[in-house]
Write a protein that binds this ligand. Structure first.
Ligand code: MN
Length: 386
């Protein structure tokens, strides 16, 4: 038997316990939980068939989330059969969910204002609807990939001084975001109330919404992002349960004008998640999630207010997390101001991504009693266009 010793200060202690899907050489993907630098095999230890599945969907749809969390805490504090404990470095981590629908919001006032200035110079940075509803678009669920998956540089149409051309994106960018995973669905036709967030949303991941800015700038009017974003979206392999984030709740920034009643929460809350973006190993930004204008529950309520149903495996993301300071911007188009103010990365003057570049987003949030909870990382490397 193995007893897992959790080092002081571990971001994966008993207060976190994120779920993921892993495999060891020659075995099928199954559900595990991260404890310190170990993965505990839940298929082998808890006995429920849902943990033998290659995604969290069955557990999220059918499981008793709170009860399972208590069982997991009891399991990992005791002695565990040796063959159910693996070093995290010795397993392969897979996409943790089968993604149903994917929606991306635009919930940072700082990011939306910066992009308004860059894409529509000379007009109001925020569109008239922005403070009345959480703006979003439907993305492509089938191209959500797990951290570590290489990203092929997309090709597309661009508007250049020489006319409309086709070729590999020359303004390939990132968006550092937080993603929310729906565990339990809702009936078609029924809006989901803003205060029912915890009944539906299971957990939180880090997300990189890779964005081809040249493709996006030419195609986005009037229906919004399309091929400039649909080629790939990366998420972190560990799903941090919403239940683990109680101590990370903070008030959202003041909302003026007051939102319509369906967007009013009893006690509006955001999350005090500190993100960090590294580009080829060098930290270039520290986006603060607590600055986000629209809350996760408001995004969920808005997404369903027309009667659209939620499904197990739905993923909705926050939009780029950017704070008010330059070093808090979560996209390179903002950090380099449209490519006009290059930053020094790795001894190179950089604006957008080059082939071979690697970007990693990590994050921590407050846990109980001063602890920090980790989200792991979402990383991806750019490979050349095909
Ligand atoms: Mn985005």
């Amino acid at each position: 038997m193995t007893h897992i010793e959790i080092p002081d200060g571990s971001p994966f202690g008993m207060d976190n316990l994120p779920y993921g899907v892993f495999s060891t050489p020659g075995t099928d993907p199954r559900v595990g939980v991260r404890v310190a630098d170990h993965v505990v095999d839940l298929a082998a230890t808890l006995g429920d068939p849902c943990f033998s599945a290659p995604s969290l969907n069955a557990f999220m749809a059918e499981g008793d989330w709170a009860g399972t969390r208590e069982r997991v805490k009891a399991l990992v504090s005791g002695d565990i059969p040796d063959d159910a404990v693996h070093a995290v470095g010795a397993v392969a981590l897979h996409l943790p969910i089968e993604v149903a629908d994917y929606v991306d919001f635009y919930a940072s006032e700082h990011h939306a204002s910066n992009l308004g200035r860059l894409f529509r110079p000379g007009s109001e940075p925020l569109m008239p609807n922005w403070k009345h509803l959480p703006v979003g678009y439907h993305g492509r669920a089938g191209t959500v990939v797990v951290s570590g998956t290489d990203i092929v540089r997309p090709s597309g149409q661009r508007k250049t001084p020489d006319g409309i051309t086709f070729g590999p994106s020359q303004r390939l960018d990132i968006e550092a975001e937080v993603g929310f995973i729906v565990g339990k669905g809702s009936p078609l036709g029924d809006p989901v109330a803003v205060d029912d967030f915890a009944d539906h949303v299971f957990g939180v991941v880090l997300l990189n919404d890779w964005s081809a800015r040249d493709v996006q700038a030419w195609e986005y009017v009037p229906l919004g992002p399309f091929l400039g974003k649909s080629f790939a979206t990366s998420i972190s392999p560990w799903v941090v349960p919403v239940q683990a984030l109680e101590a990370a709740r903070v008030a959202t920034p003041p909302q003026d004008p007051e939102p319509l009643p369906y967007l009013r929460e009893k006690s509006p809350w955001g999350l005090d998640i500190d993100l960090a973006v590294t580009w080829n190993g060098q930290e270039v930004s520290r986006p603060p999630y607590r600055e986000m204008y629209w809350s996760p529950a408001q995004m969920m309520a808005h997404m369903t207010v027309n009667g659209a149903s939620l499904r197990t495996g739905d993923l909705f993301a926050s939009g780029t997390v950017s704070g008010p300071e330059k070093h808090q911007r979560g996209a390179f188009i903002e950090l380099t101001w449209g490519g006009k103010e290059p930053i020094e990365v790795d001894g190179r003057s950089s604006t957008f991504l080059e082939d071979g570049d690697e970007v990693t987003i990590t994050a921590t949030a407050p846990g109980p009693a001063g602890a920090r909870l980790g989200f792991g990382e979402v990383t991806g490397r750019i490979i050349s266009a095909r």
